[in-house]
Design a protein around this ligand. Structure first.
Ligand SMILES: Cc1cc2nc3c(=O)[nH]c(=O)nc-3n(C[C@H](O)[C@H](O)[C@H](O)COP(=O)(O)O)c2cc1C
Length: 186
């Protein structure tokens, strides 16, 4: 299973990035390869001007093309996924997720936006061709407690929900429906 993780938070110290890292770490034993695309580390000029020729952007697109599983993690901003993530998704070819399985993750300040992943991110990844969008995991800030070291500590209930969400992937590691190289040549 080739895994690509996309972090859509603009923050260096990021709850949603930690949630992503927790998921990635749990799946690593089943992964043939694992790459992280931290959108905040891509060149701002390339993102804002939709420069698909930028080398770091092209590298990210190529990593995605080879992925079987794409884990997307975002903070909820204004009841939707982050604008930073949107800018990145807008750079992708229309079939960038064709045949792939997608696991959405999000963190937000309030449970009121629990469904934001379903009504904002799910339609976009489906439009990009995702074959299967797994049930996502939404964590509130209170479930990722700030630690004096500068990081965050997940509470037990969040870890349980994350493990449940990952269970289908651990039981049956996914493979994109066609080899990525054939997909690109088509
Ligand atoms: C500009 C902005 C808008 C936000 N809007 C929402 C929101 O609409 N709903 C919500 O639940 N949390 C909202 N939050 C809180 C963040 O989603 C939350 O703190 C999240 O865990 C941040 O993730 P990060 O640490 O990965 O950046 C907002 C935060 C910011 C900075």
């Amino acid at each position: 299973m080739n895994i690509v993780s996309i972090s859509g938070s603009p923050s260096l110290r990021s709850r949603s990035a930690l949630l992503l890292q927790l998921a990635q770490t749990r799946l690593e034993a089943h992964a043939h390869s694992s790459h992280l695309i931290a959108v905040r580390e891509l060149p701002a000029q390339a993102l804002l001007l939709a420069d698909t020729q930028s080398t770091p952007v092209q590298r990210a697109v190529a990593q995605l093309a080879d992925a079987d599983l794409v884990i997307i993690s975002t903070p909820i901003y204004k009841a939707a996924y982050s604008g930073l993530l949107k800018i990145f998704l807008d750079l992708l070819p229309m079939d960038a997720l064709r045949g792939k399985t997608v696991l959405p993750l999000a963190t937000g300040g309030t449970l009121a936006h629990l469904l934001a992943l379903d009504y904002t991110l799910r339609p976009v990844v489906s439009a990009l061709g995702a074959r299967h969008v797994l049930d996502g995991v939404f964590a509130t800030d209170a479930q990722l407690v700030a630690h004096t070291s500068g990081g965050y500590v997940p509470d037990d209930s969040l870890l349980e929900r994350l493990d449940r969400a990952l269970q289908p992937l651990l039981a049956h590691p996914v493979h994109a429906s066609r080899p990525a190289a054939l997909e690109r040549a088509a």
